[in-house]
Design a binder for this molecule. Structure first.
Ligand SMILES: Cc1ncc(COP(=O)(O)O)c(C=O)c1O
Length: 453
């Protein structure tokens, strides 16, 4: 756990009645949040470069958003089980219209991202089992290291990791390909990379048409904001078309304008069969969704796929208000436009500290800085130091728990605040570099950089 210099240690008392795993990576609590700013329990003001983990694309406590949900809250209905309600009808129509894709004409609303992935696995398998090619068309291919959530199916999609070891068995119908990291493939050879990883994964030959029903990919790999080379996506498309395999894209982080597109599949020129979304969809209220075509969505029988809290009036109003703000403030366009400035500033940082930074990735208003493992200090420790120092100097970044930090401000951020934020990152990395040059030995001995800095 990262403990910023100010003494926040007493905050640990707040975890007394909670599961340990809910403790934050940075020991702090939020008192209030407005637009692009957060105030912590000590009234320390921070620029939010996390968008509350890519939820607050429209900014915190947006007044139009609040007005809309307060209106619903004050109306004489707070839940309608699976019976229709007006906000739900209005929202589903608006959501489908927002996607503006003839094929994606139906949605299934849920509460969390991980549920959307579970539902996707179910839909793909239900679809595959009706295939004319074989009743065993059950297999799902996904990509190692991608992140899809914490429930069993969703966690299985990320491949065998320490985090998924609790599952205790391997579903023989789930297959994992390697992620095309930039150091393993260039865009020119990414088709070959795809073919090789297929060969590696399927050592025993498999009739894909008869056995594989779906391919699920995270729109970009989260911890490093790694995007796929377009050729790699082309290879997936060709493979899936040839073998009658459905493609699902997990747009949990990338959706609703984050990358300068409504959804990242537009950039990839991918025509997905299923889109999974959540996070920014409700700007803080728990709503997620699976969006697909009638041919898939009409398969489950009434009652086979529903959930107590899905599509309740309040979350649907939140979804509706979110779409309205995105449209009114042209946030998709804004995110695309600000990318130039954001990328330029991050490149400046990268070129200024080539000994510390391995690479930066950026699209729209999502970026990652990936740190190098040095002889005496790991990239993860550098990332922790940058997180801490940024926090102390008024900027909250996403600490990925790995050798990277992730940056994703609300899409309403001004150019001025964006510049101020990247300057904080620059200044703190500069200080850390200086410190490391002078004190590497001390750091190695005491392992307590936070009090020393
Ligand atoms: C790409 C992706 N998919 C799925 C999820 C799971 O979403 P949730 O935490 O709402 O269950 C996340 C959450 O971080 C995510 O980033």
């Amino acid at each position: 756990m990262i403990i910023p210099k100010k003494n926040y240690k007493n905050l640990i008392k707040y975890s007394k009645y909670e599961i340990n795993s809910m403790q934050p990576k940075i020991l702090t609590g939020w008192k209030k949040a407005k637009d692009c700013h957060i105030w912590d329990f000590s009234n320390h003001k921070l620029i939010d470069f996390t968008s509350s983990i890519f939820v607050s694309n429209i900014g915190h406590s947006n007044s139009e958003f609040k007005k809309k949900i307060i209106k619903t809250l004050n109306s004489p209905i707070s839940h309608s089980y699976n019976y229709f309600n007006y906000p739900r009808a209005e929202y589903t129509k608006s959501l489908i219209k927002f996607l503006n894709n003839k094929k994606l004409n139906k949605c299934y609303l849920l509460s969390s991202g991980t549920e959307a992935l579970e539902a996707t696995i179910k839909l793909m398998r239900l679809y595959g089992q009706r295939s004319k090619f074989s009743k065993e068309k059950n297999g799902i291919i996904s990509i190692k290291g991608n992140w899809h959530g914490r429930t069993m199916g969703a966690q299985m999609l990320g491949g065998k990791t320490l985090q998924s070891s609790w599952i205790g068995f391997h579903d023989k119908n789930m297959f994992h390909l390697n992620f095309p990291y930039p150091w393993e493939t260039s865009s020119k050879n990414s088709q070959k990379f795809f073919e090789n990883s297929l060969k590696k994964c399927f050592k025993k030959k498999l009739n894909f048409k008869k056995r594989i029903t779906g391919f699920i990919l995270e729109a970009f790999q989260g911890w490093g904001a790694f995007f796929y080379p377009l050729e790699y996506i082309e290879a997936i498309k060709k493979f899936c078309k040839k073998n009658k395999i459905l493609i699902a894209i997990d747009e949990m982080q990338s959706g609703f304008g984050r990358t300068g597109y409504k959804f990242l599949y537009e950039y990839y020129k991918l025509d997905p069969d299923i889109v999974c979304c959540g996070k920014a969809m409700g700007s803080g209220l728990p709503i997620s969704g699976v969006i697909s075509s009638s041919k898939i969505m009409n398969i489950p029988k009434i009652g086979d796929m529903s959930s107590t809290h899905s599509a309740n009036p309040l979350v649907c109003s939140a979804g509706l208000a979110t779409l309205e703000v995105i449209k009114k403030k042209k946030l998709v366009y804004r995110s695309k436009k600000l990318r130039m400035l954001f990328k330029k500033q991050l490149e400046k940082i990268q070129y200024s500290f080539p000994n510390l930074i391995k690479m930066i990735n950026c699209k729209g208003l999502i970026a990652a800085i990936i740190f190098k493992d040095l002889k005496k200090i790991k990239g993860k420790e550098i990332a922790d130091m940058v997180t801490t120092k940024c926090y102390e100097n008024g900027l909250l970044v996403v600490n990925t728990g790995r050798e990277s930090i992730k940056l994703g401000p609300p899409l309403i951020i001004s150019r001025k605040l964006l510049l101020k934020s990247t300057k904080i990152i620059f200044d703190q990395i500069k200080k850390i570099q200086k410190y490391l040059k002078q004190h590497t030995k001390i750091f190695v001995q005491h392992k307590n950089i936070y009090s020393a800095l």
